[in-house]
Design a protein around this ligand. Structure first.
Ligand code: SF4
Length: 308
Protein backbone atom coordinates (compact mmCIF):
# COMPACT_ATOMS: atom_id res chain seq x y z
CA UNK A 1 0.00 0.00 0.00
CA UNK A 2 1.32 3.44 -0.96
CA UNK A 3 -0.20 5.23 2.00
CA UNK A 4 -1.02 4.31 5.57
CA UNK A 5 -4.68 3.32 5.78
CA UNK A 6 -6.62 3.20 9.04
CA UNK A 7 -6.62 -0.61 8.88
CA UNK A 8 -2.82 -0.70 8.51
CA UNK A 9 -2.37 1.84 11.29
CA UNK A 10 -4.60 -0.14 13.68
CA UNK A 11 -2.85 -3.43 12.93
CA UNK A 12 0.55 -1.83 13.52
CA UNK A 13 -0.36 0.07 16.69
CA UNK A 14 -3.05 -2.12 18.24
CA UNK A 15 -2.62 -5.56 16.66
CA UNK A 16 -6.22 -5.63 15.43
CA UNK A 17 -8.51 -3.86 13.04
CA UNK A 18 -11.01 -1.39 14.45
CA UNK A 19 -14.58 -0.64 13.49
CA UNK A 20 -16.20 2.77 14.00
CA UNK A 21 -19.79 2.32 15.14
CA UNK A 22 -21.78 5.41 14.02
CA UNK A 23 -24.03 6.70 16.80
CA UNK A 24 -26.32 9.69 17.07
CA UNK A 25 -26.16 11.56 20.39
CA UNK A 26 -28.47 14.41 19.37
CA UNK A 27 -25.91 17.19 18.92
CA UNK A 28 -26.47 20.09 16.54
CA UNK A 29 -24.12 22.57 14.90
CA UNK A 30 -23.52 26.27 15.64
CA UNK A 31 -23.64 26.92 11.92
CA UNK A 32 -27.18 25.52 11.84
CA UNK A 33 -28.85 26.40 15.12
CA UNK A 34 -28.29 30.19 14.87
CA UNK A 35 -25.37 30.28 17.34
CA UNK A 36 -23.29 31.39 14.35
CA UNK A 37 -25.74 31.17 11.48
CA UNK A 38 -28.61 29.14 10.09
CA UNK A 39 -27.33 28.65 6.57
CA UNK A 40 -24.56 26.16 7.31
CA UNK A 41 -21.40 25.61 5.31
CA UNK A 42 -21.99 26.05 1.58
CA UNK A 43 -21.59 22.32 0.82
CA UNK A 44 -23.73 20.99 3.71
CA UNK A 45 -27.47 20.41 3.72
CA UNK A 46 -29.85 20.51 6.67
CA UNK A 47 -29.54 16.78 7.28
CA UNK A 48 -25.79 17.19 7.93
CA UNK A 49 -25.53 13.47 7.12
CA UNK A 50 -27.21 12.74 10.43
CA UNK A 51 -29.51 9.82 11.19
CA UNK A 52 -31.51 11.57 13.94
CA UNK A 53 -31.81 8.19 15.68
CA UNK A 54 -31.73 9.67 19.21
CA UNK A 55 -34.73 11.86 18.53
CA UNK A 56 -36.49 8.87 16.98
CA UNK A 57 -36.33 7.13 20.35
CA UNK A 58 -33.17 5.03 20.04
CA UNK A 59 -30.80 5.89 22.88
CA UNK A 60 -27.05 5.31 22.57
CA UNK A 61 -27.28 1.84 24.13
CA UNK A 62 -30.03 0.75 21.73
CA UNK A 63 -28.08 2.05 18.71
CA UNK A 64 -24.89 0.37 19.94
CA UNK A 65 -26.52 -2.99 20.65
CA UNK A 66 -28.08 -3.09 17.20
CA UNK A 67 -24.94 -2.11 15.30
CA UNK A 68 -22.45 -4.22 17.26
CA UNK A 69 -24.55 -7.42 17.29
CA UNK A 70 -22.95 -8.75 14.07
CA UNK A 71 -19.51 -8.68 15.74
CA UNK A 72 -20.32 -10.47 18.97
CA UNK A 73 -18.80 -13.91 19.31
CA UNK A 74 -16.66 -13.57 16.19
CA UNK A 75 -13.23 -15.15 16.72
CA UNK A 76 -11.42 -12.15 15.21
CA UNK A 77 -13.80 -9.40 16.25
CA UNK A 78 -12.48 -5.87 15.59
CA UNK A 79 -11.95 -3.26 18.23
CA UNK A 80 -15.18 -1.28 18.55
CA UNK A 81 -15.06 2.51 18.65
CA UNK A 82 -18.15 4.61 19.33
CA UNK A 83 -18.28 7.21 16.55
CA UNK A 84 -20.26 10.44 16.82
CA UNK A 85 -19.92 11.56 13.23
CA UNK A 86 -22.71 13.93 12.21
CA UNK A 87 -22.89 17.62 13.10
CA UNK A 88 -20.63 19.07 15.86
CA UNK A 89 -20.51 16.67 18.76
CA UNK A 90 -18.91 19.04 21.26
CA UNK A 91 -21.30 21.92 20.57
CA UNK A 92 -23.37 23.17 23.50
CA UNK A 93 -22.82 23.09 27.26
CA UNK A 94 -20.01 20.95 28.66
CA UNK A 95 -22.61 19.10 30.75
CA UNK A 96 -24.25 17.75 27.60
CA UNK A 97 -20.92 16.40 26.38
CA UNK A 98 -20.19 14.92 29.84
CA UNK A 99 -23.53 13.08 29.81
CA UNK A 100 -22.89 11.64 26.33
CA UNK A 101 -19.38 10.55 27.32
CA UNK A 102 -20.69 8.90 30.46
CA UNK A 103 -23.32 6.98 28.45
CA UNK A 104 -20.69 5.86 25.95
CA UNK A 105 -18.25 4.76 28.65
CA UNK A 106 -20.96 2.35 29.84
CA UNK A 107 -21.48 0.70 26.43
CA UNK A 108 -20.58 -3.00 26.59
CA UNK A 109 -17.35 -3.89 24.79
CA UNK A 110 -16.43 -0.34 23.80
CA UNK A 111 -12.71 0.00 23.02
CA UNK A 112 -12.49 3.63 21.99
CA UNK A 113 -14.13 6.87 21.10
CA UNK A 114 -14.20 9.00 17.99
CA UNK A 115 -15.90 12.42 18.00
CA UNK A 116 -16.48 14.62 14.97
CA UNK A 117 -16.65 18.35 15.60
CA UNK A 118 -15.60 21.89 14.64
CA UNK A 119 -12.48 23.56 16.03
CA UNK A 120 -14.49 26.41 17.57
CA UNK A 121 -16.53 23.93 19.64
CA UNK A 122 -13.52 22.79 21.69
CA UNK A 123 -12.43 24.54 24.86
CA UNK A 124 -10.13 23.33 27.68
CA UNK A 125 -13.03 22.03 29.77
CA UNK A 126 -14.42 19.92 26.92
CA UNK A 127 -10.99 18.68 25.87
CA UNK A 128 -10.30 17.61 29.45
CA UNK A 129 -13.58 15.68 29.53
CA UNK A 130 -12.71 13.84 26.32
CA UNK A 131 -9.16 13.17 27.50
CA UNK A 132 -10.59 11.59 30.66
CA UNK A 133 -12.67 9.06 28.68
CA UNK A 134 -11.75 5.71 30.23
CA UNK A 135 -10.44 3.98 27.10
CA UNK A 136 -6.99 4.35 25.53
CA UNK A 137 -8.22 5.26 22.05
CA UNK A 138 -9.67 8.79 22.09
CA UNK A 139 -9.94 10.40 18.67
CA UNK A 140 -11.18 13.78 17.50
CA UNK A 141 -12.17 14.43 13.89
CA UNK A 142 -11.98 18.17 13.37
CA UNK A 143 -13.26 19.91 10.26
CA UNK A 144 -10.82 22.34 8.70
CA UNK A 145 -11.72 22.02 4.98
CA UNK A 146 -9.23 24.73 3.92
CA UNK A 147 -6.27 26.53 5.46
CA UNK A 148 -7.12 29.65 3.42
CA UNK A 149 -9.07 32.09 5.58
CA UNK A 150 -10.58 33.74 2.49
CA UNK A 151 -12.00 30.36 1.47
CA UNK A 152 -13.36 29.71 4.97
CA UNK A 153 -15.21 33.03 4.75
CA UNK A 154 -16.44 32.24 1.22
CA UNK A 155 -17.86 28.85 2.22
CA UNK A 156 -19.39 30.18 5.46
CA UNK A 157 -17.44 28.10 7.97
CA UNK A 158 -17.47 30.66 10.76
CA UNK A 159 -13.93 29.93 12.01
CA UNK A 160 -10.45 30.56 10.68
CA UNK A 161 -7.41 28.34 10.16
CA UNK A 162 -5.72 29.61 13.35
CA UNK A 163 -8.71 28.32 15.33
CA UNK A 164 -8.09 24.85 13.88
CA UNK A 165 -4.36 25.01 14.64
CA UNK A 166 -5.01 25.99 18.24
CA UNK A 167 -7.62 23.24 18.74
CA UNK A 168 -5.35 20.61 17.18
CA UNK A 169 -2.44 21.58 19.44
CA UNK A 170 -4.62 21.66 22.56
CA UNK A 171 -6.13 18.25 21.75
CA UNK A 172 -2.81 16.61 20.91
CA UNK A 173 -1.22 17.95 24.11
CA UNK A 174 -3.86 15.95 26.03
CA UNK A 175 -3.04 12.72 24.19
CA UNK A 176 -5.98 12.84 21.80
CA UNK A 177 -5.51 11.63 18.23
CA UNK A 178 -6.51 14.40 15.83
CA UNK A 179 -7.89 13.62 12.37
CA UNK A 180 -8.41 16.61 10.06
CA UNK A 181 -11.10 16.80 7.38
CA UNK A 182 -10.11 18.74 4.26
CA UNK A 183 -11.76 19.34 0.89
CA UNK A 184 -10.45 19.74 -2.65
CA UNK A 185 -12.36 21.73 -5.25
CA UNK A 186 -13.97 24.23 -2.88
CA UNK A 187 -15.50 27.30 -4.55
CA UNK A 188 -12.78 29.74 -5.56
CA UNK A 189 -9.93 27.32 -4.86
CA UNK A 190 -7.46 25.64 -7.19
CA UNK A 191 -4.99 22.76 -6.71
CA UNK A 192 -2.36 24.98 -5.08
CA UNK A 193 -4.82 26.03 -2.37
CA UNK A 194 -5.57 22.40 -1.52
CA UNK A 195 -1.86 21.51 -1.39
CA UNK A 196 -1.24 24.51 0.86
CA UNK A 197 -3.88 23.09 3.21
CA UNK A 198 -2.07 19.74 3.18
CA UNK A 199 1.23 21.46 4.07
CA UNK A 200 -0.52 23.40 6.85
CA UNK A 201 -1.81 20.15 8.39
CA UNK A 202 1.45 18.33 8.10
CA UNK A 203 3.13 21.05 10.17
CA UNK A 204 0.66 20.52 13.04
CA UNK A 205 0.31 17.65 15.57
CA UNK A 206 -2.35 16.09 13.37
CA UNK A 207 -2.07 12.32 13.13
CA UNK A 208 -4.74 11.46 10.58
CA UNK A 209 -6.54 13.01 7.65
CA UNK A 210 -9.65 12.51 5.57
CA UNK A 211 -9.41 13.87 2.02
CA UNK A 212 -12.69 14.79 0.34
CA UNK A 213 -13.65 15.92 -3.12
CA UNK A 214 -16.29 18.66 -2.92
CA UNK A 215 -19.76 17.33 -3.69
CA UNK A 216 -22.86 19.24 -4.72
CA UNK A 217 -25.62 17.71 -2.59
CA UNK A 218 -29.33 18.34 -2.71
CA UNK A 219 -30.62 21.34 -0.73
CA UNK A 220 -27.15 22.76 -0.01
CA UNK A 221 -26.28 26.37 -0.80
CA UNK A 222 -23.74 24.99 -3.26
CA UNK A 223 -26.63 23.45 -5.23
CA UNK A 224 -27.99 26.93 -6.01
CA UNK A 225 -24.53 28.20 -6.97
CA UNK A 226 -23.96 25.18 -9.23
CA UNK A 227 -27.38 25.47 -10.88
CA UNK A 228 -26.69 29.15 -11.59
CA UNK A 229 -23.40 28.24 -13.29
CA UNK A 230 -21.29 29.75 -10.53
CA UNK A 231 -19.58 26.52 -9.48
CA UNK A 232 -18.02 23.70 -11.48
CA UNK A 233 -17.00 20.48 -9.67
CA UNK A 234 -13.59 18.96 -10.34
CA UNK A 235 -13.16 16.43 -13.13
CA UNK A 236 -12.45 12.89 -12.01
CA UNK A 237 -8.91 12.70 -13.37
CA UNK A 238 -8.02 16.10 -11.92
CA UNK A 239 -9.18 14.94 -8.49
CA UNK A 240 -7.30 11.65 -8.77
CA UNK A 241 -4.00 13.38 -9.57
CA UNK A 242 -4.57 16.07 -6.91
CA UNK A 243 -5.36 13.49 -4.20
CA UNK A 244 -2.18 11.62 -5.16
CA UNK A 245 -0.17 14.86 -4.96
CA UNK A 246 -1.66 15.57 -1.54
CA UNK A 247 -0.78 12.09 -0.26
CA UNK A 248 2.81 12.60 -1.41
CA UNK A 249 2.99 15.84 0.65
CA UNK A 250 1.58 14.39 3.87
CA UNK A 251 3.93 13.32 6.66
CA UNK A 252 4.71 9.62 6.30
CA UNK A 253 3.59 8.87 9.86
CA UNK A 254 0.03 10.14 9.35
CA UNK A 255 -2.95 7.88 8.76
CA UNK A 256 -4.95 8.51 5.60
CA UNK A 257 -8.41 7.51 6.73
CA UNK A 258 -10.22 8.49 3.56
CA UNK A 259 -9.20 9.60 0.06
CA UNK A 260 -12.59 10.61 -1.36
CA UNK A 261 -16.09 11.54 -0.30
CA UNK A 262 -19.48 9.96 -0.80
CA UNK A 263 -22.97 11.36 -0.29
CA UNK A 264 -25.97 9.95 1.54
CA UNK A 265 -28.25 7.94 -0.78
CA UNK A 266 -30.19 10.16 -3.17
CA UNK A 267 -28.33 13.36 -2.20
CA UNK A 268 -25.54 13.57 -4.80
CA UNK A 269 -26.17 16.01 -7.66
CA UNK A 270 -22.65 16.47 -9.02
CA UNK A 271 -20.12 15.35 -10.01
CA UNK A 272 -21.65 12.06 -11.18
CA UNK A 273 -18.30 10.28 -11.01
CA UNK A 274 -18.25 10.70 -7.22
CA UNK A 275 -20.87 7.93 -6.96
CA UNK A 276 -18.13 5.46 -7.98
CA UNK A 277 -16.32 5.70 -4.65
CA UNK A 278 -14.40 2.43 -4.85
CA UNK A 279 -13.43 3.10 -8.47
CA UNK A 280 -11.96 6.47 -7.52
CA UNK A 281 -10.00 4.86 -4.69
CA UNK A 282 -8.62 2.32 -7.17
CA UNK A 283 -7.69 5.14 -9.57
CA UNK A 284 -5.80 7.04 -6.86
CA UNK A 285 -3.86 3.94 -5.85
CA UNK A 286 -3.05 3.15 -9.49
CA UNK A 287 -1.97 6.74 -10.11
CA UNK A 288 0.41 6.57 -7.14
CA UNK A 289 1.86 3.30 -8.45
CA UNK A 290 2.12 4.51 -12.07
CA UNK A 291 3.96 7.66 -10.97
CA UNK A 292 6.16 5.79 -8.45
CA UNK A 293 4.83 7.95 -5.64
CA UNK A 294 3.81 7.32 -2.04
CA UNK A 295 2.81 9.09 1.16
CA UNK A 296 5.58 11.40 2.31
CA UNK A 297 7.60 11.24 -0.92
CA UNK A 298 7.48 15.02 -1.29
CA UNK A 299 8.06 15.61 2.40
CA UNK A 300 9.88 13.32 4.83
CA UNK A 301 10.22 10.02 2.92
CA UNK A 302 11.72 11.00 -0.45
CA UNK A 303 13.99 8.01 -1.07
CA UNK A 304 12.05 4.85 -0.24
CA UNK A 305 8.46 3.92 0.44
CA UNK A 306 7.89 3.28 4.16
CA UNK A 307 6.44 -0.10 5.20
CA UNK A 308 3.12 0.57 6.81
S1 SF4 B 1 -20.56 20.94 7.49
FE1 SF4 B 1 -20.53 20.58 9.71
S2 SF4 B 1 -19.99 22.60 10.56
FE2 SF4 B 1 -20.74 22.98 8.48
S3 SF4 B 1 -22.96 23.37 8.70
FE3 SF4 B 1 -22.71 21.19 8.24
S4 SF4 B 1 -22.69 20.19 10.25
FE4 SF4 B 1 -22.25 22.38 10.58
Amino acid sequence: MRYQTLAASCLRRLGRRARKIPLDAGFSCPNRDKTLSRGGCVFCNQAGSGTGLLHKGFDLRAQWDRLTAPFSGRPEAPLLWAYLQSFSNTHGPAGKLAAALSAMAALPGIDGLCLGTRPDCLDPEKLDLIAAFPRPERRLEIGLQSARDATLVRIGRGHDAACFASAARDAASRGLIVCAHVMAGLPGEGPDDFLATIDFLSDLPVQAVKLHNTLVVRHSRLEALWRAGGYRPMDRQDYVSLAAAAIARLRADMTVERVNADAAPGELLAPAWAADKSGVIRDIRKYLADTASWQGKRRDAPDAMPQW
